[in-house]
Structure formats: structure tokens, C-alpha cells
Unconditional design. Structure first.
Length: 255
């Protein structure tokens, strides 16, 4: 084996390149199933929505979400969004993408990094799930009565047309904090990923309320992910060809 070293020395570069290419090829091959699962789980099942942080949201809906956020969260969340209305300079551009803007102001997500999105996911996810839960409770009088026991009054006896969120938002800070703490405690057993996955459907519903083309959003995600899969496959094939070439040169030189 030691004697072979002097024969391999002239081809050391080819050998090192082949090892590096094999490493790249293995990583590409291992990444392909992950991208396929993204197409199935996120692209098909979730409609191309992959986070609990909406790219855009109605101002009225954002106001509801902020009721159930911790004291410091509303300011930090709004800092990552841009409020757009009829007087905004980019109104014409945004109204084409979000037709509801013609009727009410919306918040549009600014360009933020992945770390900030990961931080916002549980914050927005919990608020979205809480608002959805209350809406479902109000649609069922028996459930509304049960929920009202925790709040100190019977929600099922509220006059028709009462805005429950305006009512909750007007509660004293201490009582609202108590309610928010009780609601957030129900999320303690859930991880951030589970909260995000549960909230994705609500984000998709918000996109529909904004008038967005949900089908186009889904198609763009699938096509983008499919393109990345194709690119990885091409890289893996290129590595295979390059490794074969390096191996052949080394073998021919030692023959």
C-alpha cells in the first residue's frame, strides 16, 4: 500500500476532487426527498403557504390579532409590516395583488430575514388560532356560553351583531392579560412548528379574503421547488460524470 503512494501522488488532485464531488453528490441525493415532501406537504396540501406570518393582512384582522398578543409583541410585529392605504405611493401596485385594498387598508410584510420570520411564526400563529377559535365558539351558542364562564359573562347572551373582538379589546388591561395568559397556556404543549402548521390554513384563508390568486400562489411554489429539484439533479449528474472522469484519468495514468 505504501508503495502505491508514489504512483498516486501525481494524481492526488484528481483523487481529492473526486472525493469532494462524491460528497456534493451525496448531499444532493439526500436533499431530493426533502424537496419532494415540500411539494406534497406545502405545495399541494397547504396551497404553497409555508409560514404563519402572512405576506399581507387586512388592517381589521391585524387589529384582532394584536388583542391576543403579549404586551411587547404588537409593536415588534407592526415594525415588520408596512401599512398601505389609498394614499400610499405604491397603492396602484399593491391593489392589483391585493384587491381588498380598494375597500380597506392592509399591512404588507417588509423584507425580513429568516430569523425574524422564525421569531414571528409562533407569535402570529397563536394569535391567528385564537381569533379563529373565538369565531368558532361564537358560531355555537353552547360553546360560547362555556367560554363565557372563563371570561365572567355569558357570551351567548350578547346582542346580535355585537363585535366580540371590540368588546375584548375594551376590557381592562389586567383582565385582558389574564385571558391572554390562559389562552397562551393552551399552546405550551405545542412546538413552534406545530403552531405554524396549524395556522397555515388560516393564513391561506386570509389570502383569499385579500382577493389574492391562491391557485397562482400554489403553482409558483410548486414550480419554484420543482426547479430547485431539477437543479440538484443536474448537479448530482454532473458530479457523477466528473467523478467518473477523474477516476478514469487516475486509473489510466497508473496502468
Amino acid at each position: 500500500m505504501i508503495r502505491l503512494t508514489r504512483y498516486l501522488k501525481p494524481f492526488l488532485l484528481y483523487i481529492l476532487v473526486a472525493i469532494a464531488l462524491l460528497f456534493i453528490q451525496a448531499n444532493c441525493d439526500l436533499a431530493l426527498p426533502d424537496y419532494m415532501s415540500r411539494i406534497v406537504n406545502t405545495g399541494i396540501q397547504q396551497g404553497g403557504v409555508e409560514k404563519a406570518v402572512p405576506n399581507a393582512i387586512r388592517q381589521s384582522e391585524m387589529n384582532r390579532l394584536m388583542i391576543f398578543m403579549s404586551a411587547d409583541d404588537p409593536a415588534s410585529v407592526l415594525g415588520d409590516y408596512l401599512l398601505v392605504d389609498r394614499n400610499s405611493p405604491d397603492y396602484e401596485r399593491y391593489v392589483k395583488e391585493y384587491p381588498i385594498l380598494a375597500e380597506e387598508p392592509i399591512y404588507v410584510l417588509k423584507s425580513i430575514d429568516k430569523a425574524e420570520i422564525d421569531r414571528l411564526n409562533p407569535v402570529m400563529g397563536k394569535a391567528l388560532l385564537t381569533v379563529s377559535f373565538i369565531q368558532q365558539m361564537m358560531a355555537d351558542s353552547s360553546k360560547a356560553a362555556a367560554m363565557g364562564q372563563n371570561l365572567g359573562f355569558d357570551l351567548s347572551k350578547l346582542p346580535p351583531g355585537t363585535d366580540i373582538f371590540a368588546l375584548l379589546g375594551g376590557l381592562p388591561a389586567a383582565q385582558l392579560s389574564q385571558i391572554t395568559t390562559a389562552i397562551n397556556s393552551s399552546f405550551d404543549t405545542m412546538g413552534s412548528r406545530m403552531i405554524t402548521q396549524m395556522a397555515v390554513g388560516l393564513v391561506k384563508a386570509e389570502y383569499a379574503a385579500l382577493g389574492m390568486d391562491i391557485g397562482s400562489l400554489q403553482n409558483r411554489y410548486i414550480i419554484h421547488t420543482g426547479f430547485l429539484m431539477l437543479l440538484l439533479s443536474l448537479v448530482a449528474v454532473s458530479c457523477t460524470v466528473a467523478v467518473s472522469f477523474s477516476s478514469a484519468r487516475t486509473a489510466a495514468g497508473m496502468a
